[in-house]
Design a protein around this ligand. Structure first.
Ligand code: KE4
Length: 432
């Protein structure tokens, strides 16, 4: 029997929040809209644990949607922020720290000659698309159904994450002109990409892809798919963009490019790169990046880009990841352990399910067929996911409040936490 957790303070804060904040949240996926109930208001977090305003503790499998890869309030990051805060929080002028951050990223990631810091993953992806259009002189882009590259107009066409969660097919406010320049293909369908290219010969500036998709749950690239996209981009003079906002510095120090052995032309980053502070970045080949202002005329700017507090936080975390590569092995082993434990429980449950995993990204889909793209992800049983989500939440396990999100493990998780999560799954599934 799973006891309902007392979350009365969260409930009343949610009531109050809705009076001044649209939907009571500053980002839609936090609203619990697709799983029902009200969001949990967090008071603090440390390591692998969140503590809500009602004094409940949760094992965290969101990690702020990826950034907290070494756990919350990671001491070296906190100390670095405390050290730098008294020097002022922003100058609007260049600093040596930004050079060190750029040099560190270029040393960790393949094929990045130049990199520009911004303040979110959206800004990174939006800027990369503009750069690809400016560099090629072409207007159209190809993205994949269920992939999410942030909330810039060009991307809000059959996107994942919150749009999939709320089943928003077309977003009011995105003009037909913008949407018409965004072509969409099913993930893992090279023939569909080739068809779009044939129908739009010479008009496509970029193909942007989540190399390992995380915004429809975790969905892996089919064998040869990314290699096929690379070949197409070479043949058609199309800029190949890896959106590594999720996978960057998570799958390995060199991200998906290193892990999968495929080099993109431009790469976008976010999440881990800022250690929880607002940071994004886009970078790539010199020949393309030198079109960005002030070198070239593709304009892109930001008051707080390269902000010193965000830089020292991200720099400190990336340094830890670079100098302790065993962290990735530990994280992957923990995720594999969780995967095996969940498989054992689910395989004895008697209802269909699929677990997708890549590195420390994992998701459960209550589906009777493999989940390889948005259509198969969307056809999973969301009602079962809702029940599972709440049964886990009431046992102190905080999963992403949507079937269209990957879980993100952090390396502060212990095997005892993982065992508790596996046992909680057993109790959850037997409770409905
Ligand atoms: P932000 O603008 O939210 O920093 O990054 C946008 C973005 C770009 N690319 C990928 C692959 C992403 O996953 C994201 C953002 N991810 C979502 C979670 N799936 C952020 C959570 C939210 O929207 O609140």
């Amino acid at each position: 029997m799973i006891m309902k957790m007392n979350r009365t303070n969260s409930a009343s804060l949610f009531e109050r929040a809705q009076k001044t904040i649209p939907g009571g949240v500053n980002s839609p996926v936090r609203a619990f809209k697709s799983v029902g109930g009200h969001p949990v208001f967090i008071k603090k977090a440390k390591g692998a644990y969140l503590y809500d305003v009602d004094g409940n503790q949760y094992i965290d499998f969101i990690a702020s949607w990826g950034p907290m890869i070494l756990g919350h309030a990671y001491a070296p990051v906190v100390e670095a922020i405390q050290e730098y805060a008294p020097y002022s929080t922003s100058y609007g002028a260049p600093t040596e720290l930004e050079i060190e951050m750029a040099e560190l990223i270029c040393s960790m990631t393949p094929g990045i000659d130049l990199i520009r810091m911004v303040s979110s993953g959206t800004e990174a992806c939006m800027s990369a698309i503009r750069l690809a259009r400016g560099y090629t002189g072409k207007n159209k882009i190809i993205k994949f159904e269920g992939h999410y590259h942030g909330h810039a107009d060009s991307f809000l066409v059959k996107a994942g994450s919150g749009l999939a969660t709320f089943n928003i097919q077309t977003v009011p406010g995105v003009t037909a002109g913008v949407a018409n320049d965004t072509l969409v293909a099913p993930y893992n369908d090279l023939d569909a990409v080739k068809k779009l290219i044939g129908e739009n010969k010479g008009e496509i500036a970029a193909i942007i892809v989540e190399p390992v998709a995380g915004n429809m749950g975790c969905v892996l690239p089919a064998t040869g798919f990314l290699e096929g996209l690379r070949k197409i981009c070479d043949e058609e003079s199309i800029v190949f963009i890896f959106d590594e906002v999720m996978t960057g510095f998570r799958l390995s120090a060199g991200g998906a490019q290193e892990k999968l052995g495929i080099q993109a032309d431009l790469v976008t980053y976010g999440k881990v790169i800022g250690a929880g502070m607002p940071v994004g970045a886009f970078g790539g080949k010199q020949a393309i990046m030198e079109h960005i202002a002030p070198l070239g005329n593709v304009y892109q700017a930001g008051t707080l880009s390269g902000n010193p507090i965000a830089m020292i936080a991200g720099y400190t975390l990336l340094k830890e990841l670079k100098s302790n590569p065993h962290i990735y092995e530990e994280l992957n082993q923990k995720t594999a352990y969780l995967h095996q434990g969940l498989e054992k429980i689910l395989s004895n449950w008697g209802q269909p399910y699929v677990i997708n995993r890549f590195g420390s990204m994992i998701s459960i889909h209550f589906s009777d067929h493999p989940v390889t793209d948005f259509a198969t992800a969307a056809s999973a049983n969301n009602d079962l996911f809702k029940k599972y989500f709440h049964a886990m939440l009431d046992q102190g396990i905080y999963l992403p409040p949507s079937a269209f999100e990957s879980w993100f493990l952090n390396n502060a998780l212990t095997y005892a936490d993982l065992d508790k999560t596996i046992e909680a799954t057993h109790l959850a599934l037997s409770s409905f």
